[in-house]
Ligand binder design. Structure first.
Ligand code: ZN
Length: 160
């Protein structure tokens, strides 16, 4: 009886440890995920949500959602997402803007649209990705392809 029990216990410990380790591994994010920090700037009517970034080869992919705020039920959205890549000591290394899809953020159910920005580089350590929603019909009319990056002349991430 005793020998049966003492054989069983180490196996239980082993199984527990194995489950714990594999649990940790799977709950860890994608190994290509960047160490970037995210700073979302406030915006009216629509907020940027669930932003993530990962490295795909020598490209940086930033993706996320834009969501209607609770008091914005029905306005037609004509905005885009402004992004700034900010070095640890403050200087802005790059700015880029992208459209989201669907262009008019759904008014019911998810109330969200998605965006993806592909940048032609990977990030050094401790970079901040500053990001915000920018309502701007003029820019929306210029750029129609959701895959295209463009330069927003009034990039909202540059404002204090
Ligand atoms: Zn903008």
């Amino acid at each position: 009886m005793m020998s049966k029990f003492s054989g069983f216990l180490p196996v239980m410990i082993l199984v527990t440890v194995a489950v714990f380790i594999s649990g940790c591994a799977t709950s860890n994010v994608n190994p290509n995920e960047t160490s970037a920090l995210f700073e979302r700037m406030p915006s009216k009517g629509v907020i940027v949500n669930n932003v993530r970034a990962y490295e795909d080869g020598d490209e940086l992919v930033i993706y996320g959602k834009v969501k209607r705020t609770s008091n914005n039920c029905c306005d037609t959205t004509r905005g885009h997402v402004d992004i700034a890549v900010v070095a640890p000591d403050g200087p802005i290394l790059d700015i880029v803007s992208v459209l989201y899809t669907p262009r008019d953020i759904p008014r019911v159910r998810s109330r969200t649209s998605r965006f993806t920005a592909r940048l032609p580089y990977t990030l050094p350590e401790d970079i901040t990705l500053r990001i915000t929603y920018h309502e701007n019909p003029k820019v929306a009319a210029l750029s129609t392809n959701v895959r295209d990056k463009f330069l927003c002349e009034q990039n909202m991430t540059l404002l204090d």
